[in-house]
Every structure is written in structure tokens, then in C-alpha cells.
Design a protein around this ligand. Structure first.
Ligand code: ATP
Length: 301
């Protein structure tokens, strides 16, 4: 009970800061998304920032994990096992309801799994201090909101100690330099609700840049579902590939085109892992993957 109350306190305490500091956050964020934003607020985790430089990529192991949200049916069945090697790009794909977002929620310990083990960097996530675990993870949500403020504020609010060099570096990594050059006041241009509206692709890259400023050892990326034009789609693919050279990236991919070059693709269906492989291996071996590819015009139906 005490652990539960402490956990609640951990989640609820920063809500006051969120409400005070960012009253103009765009409407319509689901409660869980707000909680996730809290993880990026400056606070206790900034102490971890001091040690950011040179942080090594972290791998993940799911071993026979079982999970149900309430007393309902299991959402992760039969003990799900898969590995995300440290460094490189691993993708989760599968139909709606397969359990991909649940994998992220378990990794971030928004919920605790009931069976099996989840390890990050070889250490059971239940043995990690929660703040340390979350400081090690970067999370980029689907269709990430842009706060009403300058582009700079949008980038640094989770990493207020970021130096100009750090900002310049992540702008290059996320191919946002063109956007900055185009904005009338560059980084100090107001964007979001009352400022210049950014496209879906730009918003997601801003969210990636924000996450990178915290130097995550593992980046969890829930790919944007909003339609991206061809240029933005290509840019996102390039950015993901480049970020995967410096840290571990686990992406929930809604478009297979983003992950054809992934080192490893985990195909989930109805709470189970049904196949793991590269794009080519899965095209050859897995009927569901072939169907997903066919519906997305990568293959003749
Ligand atoms: P999508 O691509 O549509 O986001 P997904 O593969 O990410 O799907 P999940 O969101 O992980 O799938 O959902 C897996 C199952 O768990 C679904 O049946 C969903 O209805 C259920 N579920 C998800 N979140 C909750 C929750 N907070 N409480 C109860 N059930 C949930």
C-alpha cells in the first residue's frame, strides 16, 4: 500500500507544476499523455542530466512477460519474450490492439507486469529506482503536441541545462535546421497554439529533438499516425536511422516503410509475439507481415 501511495504521489505531485507552467498546452491530450509529458518536466531528473554525456545505449529483454490491465482478459498472453539489442533500430508492428503500446507502458512502469521479467540494461526494471529508469528512457508520443511557446522553449523545457551546442546538434540530427531557417525569428519564433503551426512531420521531429536533449539510453518512439507527405516521411525515416546509430531506438511503426531497414522487427498479434526478423525474413516467413506489407502497397496484394 505504501509503495502504491508513493507511486501515486510520484505521478500526482508534478501535475501541479504541469498545470501552472503549461496552462496553454494544446487541448485534447489524454490523461495518460499528460502523465507522460510529466516525465519530461525538469525536476528531480535534472540531477541525472549531469551524467548524460557518454551514456551508452541500453538493451531490453522481455522474458515470459504476462500482463492484464484489470481483472479482464490478459492483454499480453502466454509469456511474451523478445529482445531489443543495445544500439540499433528495433520495430514493433502488428494490427491495432496487438499490445504494442502496452509494451511501452510496461517498460515505463505505468503498469507493472504480473508474470515474467522485463530487464533494461540487464537489470530487472523492478530493481531500478523509478526516476532513474525513466531518465534513461526517452518517449516520443504519437502525434506529439507542440506547446504554445517558442521553438526553443519547446525543445529545452525537459532539459533546461542544454547548451547551444547541444541544441544545434539535435537540430541537425532531426533535420530541423531548414525549419529554423524558415521561421521569422528562428528558434525564438512562437509556435504551437497561438504561433506558427507546424506540420505533423515537423511536430514529431521536434518531439524527437526534445527527447534527444535528455540523451536517452533507449528512445521509445510511437510513430506519428497523422498523414505525412513524402518529404516528411523520408526525413523521419532518415532521422530514425541516424538516431539509432547513437542510441537504442524501439519504434512502434504504423507505416512499414519506416522500418524496412530496421535491424529487427517484432511482429505482435493479439498480445503475442508471432515472429521476429528483418523485413526480408518476415516477408518470406510470416503471413501476417506479408499482409501488412501488401495493404501498405509495399507488395502486390
Ligand atoms: P494500436 O496500434 O491501436 O495503438 P496496440 O497494438 O498499441 O494498438 P494496445 O494499445 O497495447 O495495442 O492495446 C492492447 C489491448 O489492451 C487492447 O485490447 C486494448 O483495448 C487494451 N487496453 C489498452 N490500454 C488499456 C487500458 N488502459 N485499460 C484496459 N485495457 C487497455
Amino acid at each position: 500500500l505504501i509503495a502504491f501511495l508513493l507511486y501515486l504521489f510520484y505521478l500526482v505531485a508534478p501535475i501541479g507544476q504541469l498545470v501552472q507552467g503549461f496552462t496553454q498546452v494544446q487541448n485534447g491530450l489524454a490523461a495518460v499523455k499528460r502523465i507522460r509529458e510529466i516525465e519530461e518536466l525538469p525536476g528531480e531528473e535534472t540531477t541525472v542530466a549531469v551524467h548524460r554525456v557518454g551514456r551508452t545505449p541500453a538493451g531490453v529483454v522481455f522474458e515470459k512477460v504476462a500482463f492484464r490491465y484489470g481483472d479482464d482478459r490478459p492483454v499480453i498472453h502466454d509469456g511474451v519474450s523478445f529482445e531489443v539489442p543495445a544500439g540499433g533500430l528495433t520495430a514493433l508492428v502488428g494490427p491495432s490492439g496487438a499490445g504494442k503500446s502496452t509494451v511501452f507502458a510496461l517498460l515505463e512502469r505505468f503498469y507493472d507486469h504480473q508474470g515474467g521479467t522485463i530487464a533494461v540494461d540487464g537489470r530487472d526494471i523492478r530493481d531500478w529506482p523509478l526516476a532513474e529508469l525513466r531518465a534513461c528512457l526517452g518517449y516520443v508520443e504519437q502525434d506529439a503536441p507542440v506547446l504554445d511557446g517558442t521553438l526553443r522553449e519547446n525543445l529545452v523545457f525537459a532539459a533546461p541545462d542544454a547548451a547551444e551546442d547541444d541544441i544545434a546538434r539535435v537540430l541537425t540530427r532531426t533535420r530541423l535546421e531548414d525549419l529554423v531557417a524558415r521561421l521569422p525569428e528562428g528558434l525564438d519564433t512562437r509556435v504551437g497554439h497561438r504561433g506558427i503551426m507546424l506540420s505533423g512531420g515537423e511536430r514529431q521531429r521536434v518531439a524527437i529533438a526534445r527527447a534527444l536533449l535528455r540523451s536517452p539510453r533507449l528512445l521509445l518512439l510511437d510513430e506519428a499516425t497523422s498523414q505525412l507527405d513524402a518529404v516528411n516521411e523520408l526525413r523521419l525515416r532518415e532521422v530514425v536511422a541516424e538516431v539509432a546509430k547513437e542510441t537504442t531506438v524501439l519504434v512502434i511503426a504504423h507505416r512499414l516503410s519506416t522500418v524496412t531497414g530496421a535491424d529487427r522487427i517484432v511482429v505482435m498479434e493479439a498480445g503475442r509475439v508471432r515472429a521476429v526478423g528483418t523485413h526480408e525474413e518476415l516477408l518470406a516467413d510470416d503471413t501476417l507481415y506479408r499482409e501488412l506489407a501488401a495493404t501498405q502497397f509495399l507488395l502486390p496484394a
